[in-house]
Design a protein around this ligand. Structure first.
Ligand code: ZN
Length: 138
């Protein structure tokens, strides 16, 4: 997963040019890497509800670049973030297919429950109380 944040960082690190009164270029690069990684982590956790991840990351780090480089930085971010989103959704889909016939619960020993879920449910009969009752929307 970090190959995406790493790829953004490699492309933009030499453009880091913070205002001298704020942080050193070294510290600036550290922050850029941190923000890239945090964005990718959040994306991996929550790909459906993270709106505009590229804009979000860009707004966090744009002040560390000179105005003339910002378009380039944004394009780089957007290209890799888009690739990350495709990859994450793809993985989720594959994981979803694999898990379809296994209960989502964790046993008291901390291992995934191996039992078969009830039809159209995510949990087996002994864990069905864990099923979240989502409000039904029309
Ligand atoms: Zn179970």
């Amino acid at each position: 997963m970090y190959r995406f944040s790493r790829a953004i960082f490699v492309e933009v690190k030499d453009l880091v040019d913070p205002h001298p009164d704020t942080v050193s270029p070294q510290e600036g690069r550290r922050r850029v890497l941190q923000c890239c990684e945090a964005t990718i982590e959040r994306l991996a956790r929550d790909p459906h509800y993270f709106a505009k991840p590229s804009q979000s990351l860009f707004s966090e780090i744009r002040h560390l670049f000179s105005i003339s480089d910002q378009v380039r930085v944004y394009r780089s971010i957007d290209r890799h973030i888009s690739a990350a989103v495709v990859h994450i959704l793809d993985e989720l889909e594959r994981a979803g297919e694999g898990q379809a016939h296994q209960c989502k619960a964790t046993t008291r020993k901390g291992k995934p429950c191996q039992r078969t879920p009830l039809p159209d449910r995510e949990y087996c009969p002994s864990h069905q109380h864990l099923e979240e009752r989502l409000p039904v929307t029309a």
